[in-house]
Design a protein around this ligand. Structure first.
Ligand SMILES: [Zn+2]
Length: 408
């Protein structure tokens, strides 16, 4: 009987070809989520057509390349990575945009879910390129203040709001005119301003309240949480070191590259610099995959590459940029989806029972047919009570949504 089983197994391998595809369809031991912050779908598709992203192409050939649309939350970094790392809409996490957020309530992130499910031996790692909007750790803060202090803070906030308006007008004028001069102090491109805090009154006592950063609580679930590395080389090198360190334990890695978003803010989405940054992200993605192969882990590791938002066509911002992709070596990914579907995909592939989650996840795994409508983002932003000034080229897409590609 045993011999018969062995024989038929060998036959199965001969008949069904490489073992790799079968192992990839099985439950993975490890998952790596790689972020290409600000990678616009149309630009990624053009790079793929020109053969500039060989590692992304290879992943897609082994698994899938699908469209991801952003239909809830802002097309920015805080809203993006929070949604990708939780599977929830802003109404649950409290993270709507870079300017409207809080620390994500305890227990909702991929990291916390995996630690709870697998226990402390399971490794969670985050290596993050940004120092603002993705990865920063700021504790929620509340301090009692006097009426005089409250009045002073309110005056400061009013002055700051005025300055912001003036700055926005100046920026728009500069964008319409020639190239914008670089600021004297190098700041993270697109990082915006520091939050001032808000005044709340409880039982007649005034408090100054700062929300925590979205990542404050979830970061505590991780064995390693590093952010602010800025350069792709630093992010990639550190991720590879940590793969070596944790190779003997099952893991989930979140590796975040910031250069595409940074170059987009500096030089615009149609610039050579933005294109070069996509190539750099692809190169480092390839080095991470090569390390997995060297360690003998690639066959048991699923890799997902995605973005928090795209870029306004030809512009230096992403005020409305709802089109990105997900490329993966996961052959079970079968359909287009929304930004909230990525966390459920990862958690379901690790074998967690999503139906037990409270509150229920907003997203659904891309490995199963959707039970809720899979929405597509409209080309122009849905009407809002307060509409921001449009940037040049906004809403004009070079290319329509790309078709779903499956493994050959
Ligand atoms: Zn940005």
């Amino acid at each position: 009987m045993l011999r018969k089983i062995v024989l038929s197994l060998s036959l199965a391998f001969l008949v069904f070809g490489p073992v790799l595809a079968q192992e990839k369809a099985a439950k993975p031991r490890n998952i790596i989520l790689i972020g290409w912050d600000g990678a616009q779908r149309a630009h990624v598709m053009e790079c793929l057509e020109r053969g500039e992203l060989p590692n992304l192409k290879q992943l897609a050939q082994e698994g899938a390349l699908v469209n991801i649309d952003i239909v809830t939350g802002a097309t920015d970094t805080k809203a993006g990575w929070t949604q990708i790392l939780t599977g929830y809409n802003p109404e649950v996490t409290g993270v709507y945009s870079n300017g409207r957020y809080r620390d994500v309530p305890k227990g909702l992130s991929i990291f916390e879910r995996l630690k709870e499910h697998f226990g402390p031996d399971f490794v969670c790692v985050a290596v993050i390129g940004k120092r603002e909007h993705c990865g920063e750790i700021r504790e929620p803060f509340k301090r009692q203040i006097t009426d005089e202090e409250a009045a002073k803070i309110q005056a400061q906030q009013q002055a700051a709001a005025k300055a912001k308006q003036a700055q926005a007008a100046k920026k728009q004028a500069a964008q319409q005119g020639a190239a914008q001069a670089k600021p004297a102090v190098p700041a993270q491109p697109g990082a915006g301003r520091q939050q001032i805090g808000r005044i709340v009154e409880e039982n007649g006592v005034k408090y100054l309240v700062f929300e925590g950063s979205p990542y404050y609580t979830m970061h505590k679930a991780c064995d390693v949480w590093e952010y602010g590395l800025m350069e792709d080389e630093k992010v990639g090198t550190r991720a590879i070191e940590l793969l070596e360190k944790y190779k003997d334990r099952p893991f989930f890695f979140f590796v975040h590259f910031a250069s595409v978003d940074h170059q987009g803010h500096r030089f615009g989405e149609n610039s050579k610099e933005y294109n070069d940054a996509l190539i750099s992200n692809d190169t480092w993605t390839g080095k991470i995959i090569a390390k997995l192969k060297e360690l003998g882990l690639y066959d048991k590791t699923l890799v997902y590459v995605t973005a928090d938002h795209g870029f306004n066509e030809g512009a230096t911002g992403h005020s409305y940029a709802p089109y990105v992709v997900l490329a993966t070596n996961d052959p079970l990914v079968k359909r287009d989806g929304m930004r909230q579907d990525i966390a459920p995909t990862i958690l379901a592939r690790f074998g967690l029972d999503l139906s037990r989650f409270q509150p229920p996840l907003d997203g659904e795994p891309l490995t199963q047919p959707a039970t809720k409508p899979v929405l597509k983002a409209p080309e122009t932003p849905p009407a809002r009570p307060k509409v921001q000034a449009q940037q040049p080229g906004q809403g004009k897409l070079r290319k329509q949504a790309a078709p779903v590609t499956q493994a050959p």
